[in-house]
Design a protein around this ligand. Structure first.
Ligand SMILES: [Zn+2]
Length: 216
C-alpha cells in the first residue's frame, strides 16, 4: 500500500506527543511531506489514543484528499500554506500545550534563558492573532518564523504552538522544547527576574554544543 511508511512514521510522532501530554484528546495536529506534492496529516475527529496509521490522511498542497478514509485536520489550511511558502519545512507539529499557550494568550515572547531555547534558533515569537486553523493564521506564523531572527517555531496568539522541522523528529523536538522553555521561564518568573542569555553567551554555548551534538 502506498504511503504506508509515512503514515506509520506520522503515527509514531503523534503517539510520542500524546505520551508527553503535548497533545490531548484530539486537539493539535501533525503533518509531514509524503512527496513533493503530497502531505500526510492527522485526521479530524479521531482521538489520539485510538488513532492508527491507516487513519492518517494524504492530501495535496491545496488540501484535497488524495488517499484516506477520514477528513484531514480542520486546521489543514494552516499547514498547507506553510508547506507552499517554506520549501525547507518538511514536517509541522501544532499543539495546544498549556505553558506555551499561556504565553501565547498574553502575547509574550519566550526569551532564551537556558539551552532549551538554543535549538529553536532564537526567542519564540508570538504570531499576530488570526482565526485558528485558517490560511491567514498560517501566513501570520510564517511572518513570525521568518523573523528576524528566523526561528523554527512560533506561538500562535491565543491558540497554541506551531513547530517545524526538516523532518518529524525535528518538528517534535521543537514543539517539546518550546513547551519546556515556556515552563522553565514561567517558573523562573515566579522566583524573580530571570536573566536572559546575551548574544555573546549564546554564541559561546553554540560553539560548545553544536560543534558536537544538539543540547540534551
Ligand atoms: Zn489548534
Amino acid at each position: 500500500m502506498m504511503y504506508e511508511t509515512i503514515r506509520a512514521i506520522l503515527l509514531n510522532t503523534v503517539l510520542k506527543l500524546h505520551q508527553k501530554d503535548l497533545i490531548q484528546l484530539n486537539s493539535g495536529n501533525v503533518s509531514v511531506r509524503a512527496s513533493e506534492d503530497h502531505i500526510a496529516i492527522t485526521p479530524t475527529g479521531v482521538p489520539y489514543d485510538e488513532m492508527t496509521a491507516e487513519d492518517m490522511v494524504i492530501i495535496d498542497l491545496d488540501g484535497v484528499v488524495v488517499d484516506g478514509r477520514h477528513k484531514p485536520s480542520s486546521e489543514t489550511p494552516m499547514h498547507t500554506i506553510i508547506y507552499k511558502d517554506m520549501p525547507a519545512v518538511k514536517a509541522i507539529v501544532h499543539s495546544h500545550s498549556p505553558y506555551a499557550l499561556a504565553f501565547a494568550a498574553v502575547g509574550r515572547n519566550i526569551p532564551i534563558i537556558c539551552t532549551e531555547g538554543l535549538a529553536l534558533r532564537g526567542p519564540v515569537p508570538v504570531a499576530e492573532y488570526e482565526c485558528p486553523g485558517t490560511e491567514a493564521q498560517g501566513l501570520a506564523a510564517i511572518k513570525a518564523m521568518k523573523g528576524p531572527p528566523s526561528v523554527i517555531g512560533t506561538l500562535l496568539k491565543n491558540h497554541g504552538v506551531l513547530a517545524t522541522g526538516a523532518n518529524l523528529v525535528q518538528a517534535y523536538s521543537a514543539a517539546y522544547r518550546i513547551e519546556m522553555a515556556a515552563k522553565i521561564y514561567l517558573l523562573a518568573l515566579q522566583i524573580g527576574n530571570p536573566d536572559i542569555l546575551t548574544d555573546e553567551q549564546i554564541r559561546e554555548i553554540r560553539s560548545v554544543y553544536f560543534s558536537k551534538k544538539s543540547p540534551s
